[in-house]
Design a protein around this ligand. Structure first.
Ligand SMILES: [Zn+2]
Length: 164
């Protein structure tokens, strides 16, 4: 489970948003920015919550400690209150919100799709002689099992994560 800021609601593919936790105050913010998007989002399975007064106090305290509070909107504070109150990671690109989350000892992730995901590289490795080969572009796709025979020893080559 994760808390999503309004940028995620605006830019993420709808399939990614399902099950995300958001503040009800983000609905009106979203409606102002993009009515179309708001209507689309309304049909999704998003867990809309109202942060408790305690959670809001806690978020404001953390934001005051980091010095970010004066620059945060009421909606920002609501979103932070949910993440802090529920003890969940927050997805946001707002550096002030990231800063407050860090102050609270909690995790943030970027909303942006570039750089956020780790890129894995794969190669073929021989089960016999341990030779490695780059994955050829012509290879047949299969979900599991040997990919091809080793050109050195004839044993099966398996797809393995490249060691870095
Ligand atoms: Zn081999």
């Amino acid at each position: 489970m994760r808390v999503l800021d309004t940028a995620a609601l605006l830019y993420w593919p709808v399939t990614e948003l399902s099950g995300g936790i958001c503040s009800t105050s983000q609905q009106s913010e979203l409606e102002q920015v993009s009515l179309q998007r708001y209507m689309l989002i309304s049909s999704l399975d998003i867990d809309w919550r109202v942060p408790t007064p305690d959670w809001i106090d806690e978020a404001k305290q953390q934001a005051a400690s980091s010095g970010d509070l004066p620059r945060l909107s009421a909606v920002d504070v609501d979103v932070l209150a949910l993440a802090i109150g529920l003890n969940m990671p927050l997805y946001t690109d707002d550096y002030r919100m990231q800063n407050v989350m860090q102050m609270a000892g909690l995790t943030t992730h970027s909303v942006g799709t570039t750089g956020a995901k780790q890129v894995w590289q794969w190669e073929l490795r021989c089960t016999g002689c341990r030779a490695t080969e780059a994955v050829p572009p012509s290879i047949n796709s299969s979900k599991s099992g040997p990919v091809k025979e080793c050109s050195s020893c004839g044993a099966a080559m398996m797809l393995k994560r490249k060691k870095q």
